[in-house]
Design a protein around this ligand. Structure first.
Ligand code: URA
Length: 434
């Protein structure tokens, strides 16, 4: 077998056999197939795609390239909720304690933020002395005791994805729907949860810019999930404005807690409720979506999720009192009110610009090695559809250093698309695919 023949076959739109995929990927992992051939192969996939069983086999090879985590010592129904990355997305912090209240476990690998999007690990590290699970045994113990066990990315989960992603990043092949689907799902499949709840973000601040592309991606991810007989649901959600109001680590932790008190922003609350309800549906608690949502709402109102969050924070070395006293979280020295420079309806808020406006203050990383300031960020006082008068406060910026304040304010102004017409509020849930 020759790699060049495999590349040409894919270039010509033909289906590859399992043996051909094995030959290429095994060779690449062993360092016997060079980067330039795999780059060319990725480009062929970008243009010609993969059929379902081809994609399933490709993903299987990715999963098998490294370790798998099977959680043998956990008896709970495990849910892995994963988001493809957005701005203001703090859902895991509200959701994991809700799952726990339904006796489901969250045992998952979480990420740090890079660029305009944040990561759950950074957000929870806003809590002083908070330590994540360091190995699978810690994670199992945390899930058994509190229902929640989060760990930073583990060393050898899908190493082939790291290698291929680095190549895609510099060869214009990141946007291949099949490669994104197998990259995302392989990392979920390697960590054996009973249910995978995927939040596929759509819009300006997301990987998928259009609903059409997001549908294609969701379909391919569902194809892979079915090929592995895993329970998966894909929820397509709006990222043509940031989720909720808070962007920045401490501020997002506070918003996630407020949601559990029943005081969350409408879009954020709705998304958390749906992500929780879908897990109940996958577990078989009910088939009825409205009933599932009601179960979640009643559970939040019971206060049990909030109590679970306190328990989890305590078990991880943090002070559970932060749940009741936000002054115990890092707080920025200064607040600046950004005022509207014109009147009109808000038609769109470019989530990516808002993510960057928080990042330049220190809330996120421009490069992997940047150090985060957990206290800083911003609270948006506007949502799409809102009518604003010139001079109204549209955002408050929480900052520690003056150096990037002007830049951040400029980005906030530039993020808004105004209209003189009435604009409808945006729905956060665009579509649910099973
Ligand atoms: N996220 C991933 O993990 N992989 C991709 O290819 C794109 C987004």
């Amino acid at each position: 077998m020759r790699v060049v023949d495999i590349i040409e076959k894919k270039r010509d739109g033909k289906k590859l056999s399992n043996e051909e995929i094995d030959f290429l990927l095994d060779g690449y992992q062993k360092g016997e197939v060079p980067d330039y051939q795999v780059s060319s192969f990725c480009m062929a996939i970008f243009f010609k795609g993969m059929e379902q069983d081809e994609l399933v086999h490709f993903t299987r090879k990715m999963v098998e390239s490294g370790d798998e985590i099977k959680f043998k010592n956990i008896k709970k129904y495990l849910v892995d909720k994963h988001s493809t990355g957005g701005v203001g997305d703090k859902t895991s912090i509200s959701l994991a304690p809700i799952y726990a209240a339904f006796d489901m476990g969250t045992a998952k690998l979480s990420g740090r933020g890079l660029g305009h999007t944040g990561g759950t690990i950074d957000k929870l590290e806003a809590i002083a002395n908070f330590k994540f699970a360091e190995n699978v045994e810690d994670m199992e113990a945390l899930v058994n005791n509190t229902g929640i066990g989060l760990m930073g990315a583990a060393g050898n989960i899908v190493p082939l994805d790291k290698k291929i992603y680095a190549l895609r990043d510099v060869t214009g092949t990141v946007p291949s729907i099949e490669l994104i689907a197998s990259s995302v799902i392989s990392k979920k499949l390697a960590v054996h949860a009973d249910a995978i709840v995927l939040d596929v973000k759509v819009g300006n601040g997301a990987f998928m810019k259009t609903l059409e592309d997001a549908r294609l991606l969701a379909d391919r991810m569902l194809d892979i999930g079915k090929g592995f007989q895993r329970n998966i649901v894909c929820i397509l959600t709006d990222m043509d404005q940031p989720l909720g109001k808070a962007v920045g680590n401490s501020l997002e932790v506070i918003e996630a807690i407020e949601m559990l008190r029943g005081n969350g922003p409408k879009d954020y609350t709705e998304l958390v409720e749906v992500l929780a309800a879908e897990a109940l549906i996958l577990r078989g608690d009910t088939k009825n979506k409205d009933e599932a949502i009601k179960m979640v709402q009643d559970m939040v109102a019971s206060g049990r999720p909030l109590e679970n969050l306190r328990m989890y924070i305590k078990a991880c070395g943090g002070d559970p009192l932060i749940v009741d006293d936000y002054k115990l979280l890092p707080t920025a020295k200064n607040i600046f009110e950004v005022k509207a420079e014109r009147s009109g309806s808000v038609a769109r808020i470019m989530a990516e610009d808002i993510g960057k406006a928080a990042m330049v203050l220190g809330a996120g990383r421009a490069t992997k090695d940047d150090v985060i300031d957990h206290a800083v960020g911003l609270i948006l006082e506007m949502k799409v559809g809102q009518v604003i008068n010139e001079g109204d406060v549209i955002a408050t910026v929480h900052y520690n250093s003056d150096s990037q304040l002007e830049t951040s304010i400029k980005m906030i102004h530039e993020s808004i698309e105004w209209s003189d017409q009435n604009i409808d509020e945006r729905n956060v849930i665009l579509e649910i695919k099973r």
